[in-house]
Design a protein around this ligand. Structure first.
Ligand SMILES: Cc1cc2nc3c(=O)[nH]c(=O)nc-3n(C[C@H](O)[C@H](O)[C@H](O)COP(=O)(O)OP(=O)(O)OC[C@H]3O[C@@H](n4cnc5c(N)ncnc54)[C@H](O)[C@@H]3O)c2cc1C
Length: 401
């Protein structure tokens, strides 16, 4: 089995398949755990089920939606009690633990850039390799699948996010996952603060509906969508404004006191990470290639949450590849079973993409009314239950394929 990409999707597919007896090679262009793009929040239950509770930085039982209107009105927020906890975790540690688990059952790793697929070989800048099962887990660019199907990646179905990881003010640490919505912040899109123990992650995200123009506090900036750097001029300005404005109380430059707006641009001299995020599902199987995680567009458009989906679909893909190794079914049957698994869940990803587009068309009052409608206990509980169902690694680990 050959897997392109050693992040959430690739590492889990490898671990599952190797546990079931497959011989697995994982190829990544970067050192394991060094390519964080994400704010790294997912369900606590998923991390525990994977045996990764040690990587948890902070547990969150509330979500707070702050409203930033075009008129600049602030301090208006709704708090939602989460019916299952989320957690922020350490990306580097999680990847290294998963890789160590994989190595313990025989997974091999190679450092190379995957450049395409010429059936039945994966082409890299260091040579070619052939597997019975091939998985594209190399993120939104999907270098294997997109070399076979040229329209696999749709540039008009990509959101774009940019984030800074900075100290939390230790005298006033925050809790909960905080979002900012409305025409006074990044719109269409949102901003967030995800506390993670000693640090906190502040980010901004633009939906494709921004058409490359990110509105931040009333101004409009062109976002370059040509490159995957994600550090576009418009988003960086939006992040600076957010860190200097609504997000200022949540972070600290010295780790002690909250940031006070000043003449210094908050992101100057800081490492930022981020990139493009698919917001609609793609084909889960392209020719001989099984796509998992962002490579398959398995990220929820509205929330840009993709880690759980990367994990869940990778677990199933790994289990099916393990079945090929043990002779339970053929590689072709495994691909059909994976296609069915993904197709059953596809409508939910389409719904989340549709909600993202619909929300993008609302004004400030509409955004507020939409949020209030979702807030009553039983409604929010129901929404959260179906939100987890579409991409939950826990039952897949309990009931393997
Ligand atoms: C700013 C931001 C914040 C986010 N926050 C969250 C969040 O809090 N919670 C959440 O659930 N989701 C979040 N997401 C989405 C989430 O990060 C993705 O859905 C998730 O990372 C997908 O995992 P993956 O394993 O499919 O791909 P990735 O994590 O993108 O990993 C792809 C891997 O493939 C490797 N690779 C890429 N190209 C090649 C190549 N050509 N050759 C070899 N290797 C290659 C990369 O080095 C990398 O290791 C966020 C995204 C962004 C941009």
């Amino acid at each position: 089995m050959v897997i392109a990409g050693a992040s959430f999707a690739g590492l889990l597919a490898a671990r599952e398949a190797a546990r079931l007896g497959a011989s697995v090679l994982v190829i990544d262009a970067q050192a394991i755990g060094s390519g964080q793009t994400s704010a790294c929040a997912t369900t606590l239950g998923a991390l525990q089920a994977l045996g990764m509770a040690a990587t948890v930085q902070q547990v969150h039982r509330e979500m707070v939606v702050h409203f930033e209107t075009s008129s600049g009105r602030r301090n208006d927020a709704l708090t939602f009690r989460l019916s299952y906890p989320f957690a922020t975790f350490d990306y580097g540690q999680l990847c290294r633990h998963l890789a160590a688990d994989g190595m313990a059952v025989g997974v091999e790793f190679a450092r190379a850039r995957v450049t395409g697929y010429e059936a039945p070989q994966v082409v890299t800048d260091r040579g070619r390799v052939h597997g019975t099962c091939t998985i594209d887990a190399a993120g939104w660019r999907a270098p294997l699948a997109s070399s076979v199907a040229l329209t696999h990646v749709r540039p008009d179905h990509l959101s774009c996010g940019l984030e800074a990881e900075v100290p939390q003010p230790h005298r006033s640490p925050a809790s909960g996952l905080h979002f900012w919505a409305g025409h006074g912040t990044v719109w269409p899109g949102y901003a967030w603060v995800f506390p993670a123990g000693a640090v906190t992650r502040l980010g901004v995200l633009a939906f494709p509906e921004s058409g490359g123009h990110v509105s931040a506090n009333g101004s409009s900036k062109k976002v370059s969508r040509g490159m995957a750097s994600g550090a576009s001029a418009g988003l960086r300005t939006a992040l600076d404004r957010f860190m200097d404005g609504p997000g200022a109380d949540f972070w600290s430059s010295d780790g002690v006191l909250p940031w006070r707006p000043s003449n210094t641009t908050p992101t100057t001299g800081r490492h930022l990470h981020g990139g493009f995020i698919p917001c609609s599902p793609r084909q889960p199987v392209v020719g001989d290639i099984v796509c998992v995680g962002d490579a398959a567009g398995h990220c929820f458009g509205l929330t840009a949450e993709g880690i759980r989906a990367a994990m869940a679909f990778a677990i199933r893909a790994g289990q099916l590849a393990g079945g090929v190794a043990s002779g339970r079914w053929s590689a072709s049957d495994a691909r059909t079973m994976y296609w069915r698994f993904a197709t059953m869940r596809r409508p939910y990803f389409i719904l989340m993409n549709w909600l993202q587009k619909w929300l993008s068309s609302l004004g400030d009052t509409g955004i507020r009314l939409y949020s209030e409608a979702a807030r009553p206990g039983p409604v929010f509980w129901l929404l959260m239950a179906q939100y987890r169902w579409a991409a939950d690694p826990v039952p897949l680990l309990r009931h393997p394929a």
